[in-house]
Design a protein around this ligand. Structure first.
Ligand code: IPE
Ligand code: IPE
Ligand code: MG
Length: 251
């Protein structure tokens, strides 16, 4: 793998828009909820594969604020699935050093969902091998507005201050690290209101695979592709800096 001088290879922040559960089910003549169930298995595989690949922060888009527009049976089924995932996976996450946090709004979640979320967060709070963030009732634009409201009147207009306020607005204590790699499955190529501020310099990776088919090998493929990219952050690529230096020194 080609090394990028800008990349800390052990602290990657990977964010995933887990899309395509409905189409996966439709292709099999199954109800959409079966696709979501199979999607939960893919979440488990992805979380397990993360540490080996140098992923420290893993942010998964589980339910957007716009997903409330879906039919009630699908929304309720998704909420049930999310609660049972939290309940069944919390101990596993704890054993594997995975800290679970839910980001997004909490005031519209059903009490049973909230309870499962809180239990998983409390159990895994001491873990720090991987920081797993599940975006639930999440809207990046709403989070940005909430952060701006927090900052109004403080006079702090720094990027750091804004990042901190943004983290707080989605329920995190510290600063939200920038996303290094954003993956979206199912062939769609859009952000759907996910981590708009945090993805300012993210590398984008789109795969036609439907989310329930995602696995460790696919995550590794995405991370490999990420490492082959040349991130410049507006500067000049590293090899060019070296050759200019050689030219200047006359070597
Ligand atoms: C992603 O799969 C899961 C959620 C949005 C909750 P979809 O349910 O959006 O699946 P498609 O896009 O309809 O195939
Ligand atoms: C984005 O997928 C939300 C999640 C994956 C949870 P959607 O399927 O809701 O996005 P659109 O509607 O295709 O943009
Ligand atoms: Mg979709």
């Amino acid at each position: 793998m080609k090394q990028s001088p800008f990349v800390d290879r052990t602290n990657l922040h990977v964010a995933v828009i887990m899309d395509g559960n409905g189409r996966w089910a439709a292709q099999r003549g199954l109800p959409r909820l079966m696709g979501h169930r199979a999607g939960a298995e893919a979440v488990r595989r992805t979380v397990e594969a993360a540490p080996e690949l140098g992923i420290r922060y893993l942010t998964l888009y589980a339910f957007s604020s716009d997903n409330w527009k879906r039919p009630a049976p699908e929304v309720n089924g998704l909420m049930r699935l999310l609660s049972s995932y939290m309940r069944s996976e919390a101990a596993n996450c704890y054993r594997n050093g995975v800290q679970v946090r839910v980001i997004g709004r909490r005031d519209r979640l059903q009490p049973q969902v909230l309870e499962a979320v809180r239990a998983a967060e409390i159990l895994t709070r001491p873990c720090n091998r991987v920081f797993l963030r599940l975006a639930l009732d999440y809207s990046s634009r709403d989070a940005i507005i909430a952060a701006a409201q927090r900052l109004a009147g403080t006079g702090d207009f720094s990027r750091e201050g804004f990042s901190r306020a943004l983290g707080q607005s989605i329920g995190l204590d510290g600063t939200t690290p920038d996303v290094d790699l954003l993956v979206r499955t199912s062939g769609e190529q859009r952000l759907s209101d996910f981590l708009l501020w945090e993805c300012g310099y993210a590398e984008l990776y789109f795969t036609p695979l439907l989310w329930p088919d995602f696995n460790a090998a696919e995550l590794e493929r995405a991370v490999r592709e990420f490492h082959s990219r040349n991130r410049r952050f507006g500067a000049v690529a590293a090899p060019a800096i070296v050759s200019e230096h050689l030219l200047a020194s006359g070597d």
